[in-house]
Design a protein around this ligand. Structure first.
Ligand SMILES: Cc1cc2nc3c(=O)[nH]c(=O)nc-3n(C[C@H](O)[C@H](O)[C@H](O)COP(=O)(O)OP(=O)(O)OC[C@H]3O[C@@H](n4cnc5c(N)ncnc54)[C@H](O)[C@@H]3O)c2cc1C
Length: 370
């Protein structure tokens, strides 16, 4: 698809610019990323490199048990032993057998071609080697986005490859009619406000507790007040979709559904009001802790995927600020943040680091939904 075709199908998207985008955090993709960074460093050049991986983390989609010839890694990272590469078991013996119905016939070693010999090779878990390569790439400044399958190649007008598009994450566009509501089964969506200069700030998050497109409640001509997009994606997760008309009909015909939606709408409004105060008055450190707690509640699991870029959008700050705040939270032992995956280590610590807004939003919501 060309960029115009993608725009026509999905509407405007968020774009991220990198000098090099690599699809797939397998051995080849990560080695390429590492080598590019090494070459750039040798020439004192800055080069931005991103690796998109469809698996939940590097190595997740890699078949593991393998015999590895260390020649390539000797060239790429000569001090791999000191750096802790998981090549721990050298091959100690080699047999080439022809299996028969009743036994096996061994082939004399001297008759085997070189490619069948394993002296000097290692027995490895390729998944672990890939995870280790990912840490080496990140240490060189490569950005790795797991959970982001490249879905389309983007071409320039001259037919050259300009980049890739990942799966569509946008589900509602500010100012456009709301034609459907979505009930997420996993992940977290964000409602954001866009400024004329292109900056986005998050005003609310929505997870399995709610729905995207609540404004459909207000009638046939309801208009989305902000952009809604999936910010914390879950692989293979789906959402239930209802047309706006069917949604209003269900509200009109079912008192219980109508009451629940009404209470949820109040909860969402309370969240937006509190977010406004929080965004204006609280430090980015506090807001980041609040955001991580809220997301943790929504995804109901310790780990969730999140890029620095998206977190910056959600907090309305620059990406370097996110790196500083995330590493401070990491040093305090409250989270672990690797390969774009956040692991919450201490909820209590995050609650202490957060402002009162998290507790207020949470208690208001449980009060309404009781
Ligand atoms: C059964 C089997 C046994 C093997 N045994 C050995 C062995 O003993 N020794 C040996 O040296 N080699 C072995 N190999 C070969 C070795 O696994 C491959 O040569 C090596 O994994 C290739 O690396 P790669 O990075 O090119 O691709 P892959 O390892 O396939 O990595 C590709 C990565 O790209 C990701 N990806 C794919 N599409 C997308 C997309 N659209 N968007 C984002 N991410 C995407 C995948 O999730 C994956 O992580 C074996 C292979 C198989 C199948």
């Amino acid at each position: 698809m060309t960029p115009d075709e993608i725009l026509a199908q999905h509407g405007p998207r968020e774009a991220m610019e990198y000098d090099v985008a690599i699809v797939g955090a397998g051995p080849a993709g990560l080695a390429t990323a590492i080598r590019l960074k090494q070459l750039a460093a040798e020439r004192s050049h800055e080069i931005s490199v991103v690796v998109l991986e469809k698996g939940s983390e590097p190595g997740a989609h890699i078949l593991s048990g393998a015999i590895m010839d260390p020649r390539a890694i000797n060239e790429l990272i000569p001090d791999w032993k000191e750096k802790g590469a998981p090549l721990n078991q050298a091959v100690t013996g080699d047999k080439f057998l022809f299996l028969t119905e009743t036994g096996a016939t061994a082939t004399p070693h001297a008759l085997l071609p070189d490619c069948f010999r394993n002296e000097g090779n290692y027995i490895i878990s390729l998944g672990n080697v890939v995870r280790w390569l990912a840490t080496q790439a990140e240490a060189l400044g490569v950005e790795i986005f797991p959970g982001f399958p490249a879905a389309e190649v983007l071409y320039g007008e001259d037919g050259s490859v300009r980049g890739v598009a990942t799966g569509t994450l946008g589900i509602g566009k500010s100012g456009e009619p709301t034609r459907a509501v979505y009930f997420l089964n996993a992940g977290v969506a964000s409602v954001t406000a866009a400024l004329f200069d292109g900056r986005l700030v998050e005003v609310a998050t929505i997870g399995i507790e709610g729905m995207v497109g609540i404004e459909a409640l207000f009638g046939d001509d309801s208009i989305a007040p902000g952009d809604s997009m999936i910010q914390v994606p879950e692989p293979d997760a789906e959402a239930e979709m209802m047309t706006a008309a069917a949604f209003r009909q269900a509200i009109a015909s079912c008192g219980t559904f109508s009451a629940i939606v009404g209470r949820y709408a109040q909860g969402l409004m309370a969240q937006m009001i509190q977010s406004t105060a929080c965004n204006a008055l609280h430090s980015v450190h506090q807001r980041c802790a609040r955001w991580l707690l809220t997301t943790h509640d929504r995804v109901q699991q310790r780990d969730f995927r999140l890029s620095h870029e998206f977190l910056a959008v959600m907090l309305g700050v620059q990406r370097p600020t996110v790196s500083v705040v995330a590493s401070a939270l990491q040093q305090q032992g409250l989270i672990r943040y690797r390969y774009g995956v956040v692991s919450v280590r201490s909820r209590r610590g995050l609650e202490e680091a957060s402002c009162e807004c998290y507790r207020l939003m949470r208690s208001r919501f449980s009060q309404l939904m009781q």
